[in-house]
Every structure is written in structure tokens, then in C-alpha cells.
Design a protein around this ligand. Sequence first.
Ligand code: 9MR
Length: 354
Amino acid sequence: MARLARALLMASGLLLAAGRPAAAQNQTQGEGLHSLMVAAGKLYFGTAMDTGNFNDPAYMAIVTNKSEFGMFTPENSMKWQVTEPQLDKFSFTQADEVAQKVKSNGQMLRCHTLVWYSQLPTFVANGSWTPATLSAVMTAHITNVVTHYAGQCYAWDVVNEALNEDGTFRQSVFFQTLGSAFIPLAFRAAAAADPRAKLYYNDFNLETTPAKTAGALRIVQLLQSNKTRIDGVGFQAHLAVNHTPPRTSLAATLRRFTALGLEVAYTELDVAQTALPESAAALAQQARDYVAVVGSCLDVPRCVGVTVWQFTDKFSWVPAAFPGRGEACLFASDYSRKPAYDALVALLRGRRLR
Ligand code: 9MR
């Protein structure tokens, strides 16, 4: 092609559109994951992000595209260690930056997380507590943080990862000091501070591990029998290629919770490769695994949405936590879209209701 003609086509955008893979064109037509989820009757498709990502222009171009993502979870900045690093010294600078960015772009926020055994400040982790002192400090933490963001959070992950894999309670400082009573206490404090935010219990392996799923059902029943509001259960869905349950079993697991009157959501989805570099077959399997998860949400009316735990391998938590695993996201480190991204677009296009 003559250089001039090529330059003209480039300038008009024609060549660019014609030369790009289908998924990239979808985006320009307003057919990113979030718009397609909404068209399929769901509330959102979201991602984790945090202030550490803000100085990456390619990253920001994608997250500010409202068609691609409609919901954001601050990956770390709302955790106790950051929001109350010392007793009664609250700091919202980092999380406010995320909340502000999301709000100014007309997108939604899932707030994460209030009571978790990990990423605790040392004064909580190493304190010597009585039931009275810990419940006072926990309630004050929840009240302050939830009040600060009141009206801005679609949902709060009130209690995170309270269970062991066998469904018993994890020996956190909260459980050791207060027994399971810390859970209703936390939900009541959150409800009082923001009546509009949906209140969630959030955990991993609920998709794959029946004993743990049973433990989460017991937590829901504990709250409901205490007349304490719980609105939803978050399925983190940190999964691995070839170890992802089929769509029908995933949907059946979600339905056990919606049968109790709750909504459900996938809150931290990623599907890690277990052998790197991955083969073409493993990339294709990863696409099928993502489709099983998102498809199961489509199959359950009260599954409100899906959040991925970062959308690019560039910022995925997986390789640092599990050496030898990785490439778990929908976009590669160079922001090219993977087969899993295209497969989700195809899945969602087939489910368009409006
Ligand atoms: O992705 C988060 C990573 O940057 C942090 O170092 C880590 C600390 O434990 O937490 C990660 O996010 C976790 C989330 O808050 C709760 N579920 C498991 C996630 C992955 O560890």
C-alpha cells in the first residue's frame, strides 16, 4: 500500500479497525465486558486495581473505559493495615484516590475489606485482647471506615476468609478472642454505618471445596438466626487451569446461597496457569474455565456480577504468591487480550437480553 494512502487510512481510523483482532474492535464499539454483562442482565463486570497502577497509561486507558469495567475493588488500600495503621489513627488518602477516580468516571466501587486475619496492623495482630477490648476496637474500625465511604460502596466485604478448608473457623485473633460472635458483631456495625451498602461474607475455595462451602452456609445461617443483615456471599474464585469446576456445579453451588435469600458474586476471579510458559492448549483451557465461571453467574439470576483480581498479568498477585504459577488474567502483561477475553465476549454476546 502506498505510504500516503496508508497514512490517510490510519488517520481516519479505518486501517486500525480493520487490522485489529475482533476483541479490540468490540471495545471501540462499546462492547467491552461490562457493557456486555449489563446487556446480559447483570449489574457489572469489574476488576481489582489500586493507586500503584495509576501511573501506567495503558492500564488507565482500559480501566477508564466504562464499557470494559463498571466496578472496581481497591486491591489493598481499604485494608485495616492501611486505613488504621495505629490505634485510632485513620488514614484514607490511598483509598480515597481510588474512590475518587472511580466516582469521577461514573463507575462503581466494591469495598474490601473490614475484618480479615491478614494485612492487619501490628497493634491488632500482636495485641493482647479481651473480648471487650477487641470488640470495641473492631467496632470502632468498622464504624469509622464504613462511615467514611458511606453511600459510595455498592458492597462491603465485611468479613473475609474466616474459614479453614475443612469448614471450621480459622484461628484468627478475632475468633480466638471472641469466638464466632465476631461475625454478627462486625455485620451489625457495618449495617449501622451504611444502611445502603450490601454486606458480604467473602472467601476463596467456596467454589471447589464442599466442606468450606458448608462452613460459609453455616455463617449465613448464624447471621440470619441472629436477625443480623447479610446481603451476599462473595466467591473469590482464585482458580487454576484444569482445576475449575464445570459451569453446572459452579451454578449449583451459587444456588445454595441464593436459596437462603442472598445475592452472590464472583469477587476476585483469576485462573492461573500451573505450567509456564503455557501451551496453546492451556490457553484454550483457561478460556473454557473463565467461561464456566462467568457462565455460571449468567445461569443464576441473583448472581449480580463478576470482578477479576486484576485484568492484566502485569499486576497479578499470583506469581509472587505461587512461584511457578501465573498468567492468570484476561490480558497479557503487554495488554494484548487473551483467548479467555475473546471467549467471554462471545459468551456474553450470545446472552444479550437488551
Ligand atoms: O492482591 C493482593 C496482594 O497485592 C496482597 O499482597 C495480598 C496480601 O495478602 O492480598 C491480595 O489480595 C487478596 C485479597 O485481598 C483477599 N483474597 C485473596 C487475595 C489474594 O491474596
